[in-house]
Design a protein around this ligand. Structure first.
Ligand SMILES: Nc1nc2c(c(=O)[nH]1)N[C@H]1C(S)=C(S)[C@@H](COP(=O)(O)O)O[C@H]1N2
Ligand SMILES: [Mo]
Length: 262
């Protein structure tokens, strides 16, 4: 579907340039050496690759994403991308309220795990009201409750070689059932306090349209990093051997930036 990729990409550029211009004013305030035109010239010519370094100037990797109040909640949280995975396996799990679903955590871990939803839900939880920003040009504020990923990693014990967590999802992106959605984050984001596996949205069980039974919230990253319908978390040293090798479905399919942190 090349057309869809194009418009998605276009919106993303617009969105990122808005972010960059916002960040630019802050950077410029503390940077006398570059004139405005030089700085913006650089941004326009090197484009998106600057986002990472720009934002590094502004925040450390441990900084918290903004959290909001109940009064700020969007009236509804829309669904984007897959709204119900087109696979027999998922539909069967959904029919039985995900009682037979289990999350696999494997790869570079000392202690591979398989946990049911009930087992995940008895672990300590975190609730956060945050803004989701999709590159297609929409945002929504939602209240998420879930298990911090660091709680699960403490049980699985990543080895020292583990550099990334890869989230393998249930939804095939092609009609023939292949190309499951996937995403990946580095260990800084994996251990970040606001990185949670959410099983509730706005005080209700996470709906299928938003990623049931669990979806990732990685609050300082753009929407496409927030993997829905997670089946397996694989700890790896590199993701070059996975699918297209760029660390995520949209990274492979449409050259999205792997690092989408803001
Ligand atoms: N498994 C899976 N995860 C996904 C997607 C998807 O299609 N499949 N879409 C991504 C995109 S582009 C966005 S903006 C958000 C949308 O989340 P929502 O459906 O809860 O709004 O999920 C992200 N995670
Ligand atoms: Mo998105």
């Amino acid at each position: 579907m090349p057309q869809r990729y194009n418009s998605h990409q276009h919106e993303r550029r617009r969105f990122l340039s808005r972010l960059l211009l916002g960040a630019g004013t802050v950077v410029l305030a503390g940077c006398d050496k570059l004139s405005h035109s030089e700085w913006f010239g650089k941004v326009l010519s090197t484009g998106e690759s600057l986002t990472k370094s720009t934002h590094h100037l502004l925040r450390t990797r441990r900084a918290m994403a903004q959290e909001f109040d109940e009064a700020d909640l969007s009236p509804s949280f829309r669904s984007n991308g897959t709204s119900s995975p087109n696979s027999m396996e998922y539909q069967t799990l959904a029919k039985n309220n995900f009682l037979d679903w289990a999350l696999t955590i494997d790869g570079l871990v000392e202690n591979p795990l398989k946990l049911t939803l009930a087992q995940i839900q008895v672990l300590p939880s975190r609730t956060q009201i945050t803004r989701h920003d999709c590159v297609e040009g929409w945002s929504a504020i939602g209240k998420w409750k879930g298990t911090p990923l660091h709680e699960l990693l403490a049980l699985a014990k990543p080895t020292t070689q583990a550099k990334y967590a890869v989230f393998h999802c249930a939804d095939p992106m092609k009609d023939d059932g292949t190309h499951l959605y996937y995403e990946s984050i580095d260990m800084d984001d994996a251990f970040h306090a606001q990185t949670i596996l959410a099983y509730q949205l706005n005080d209700e069980t996470l709906p299928i349209k938003n990623g049931a039974p669990i979806r990732l919230r990685v609050e300082r990253q753009l929407g496409y990093k927030h993997a829905k319908y997670i089946m397996r978390i694989e700890l790896v040293e590199s993701f070059k051997h996975i699918e297209g090798g760029k660390g995520g479905y949209w990274e492979d399919a449409a050259d999205y930036e792997w690092y989408a942190g803001i």
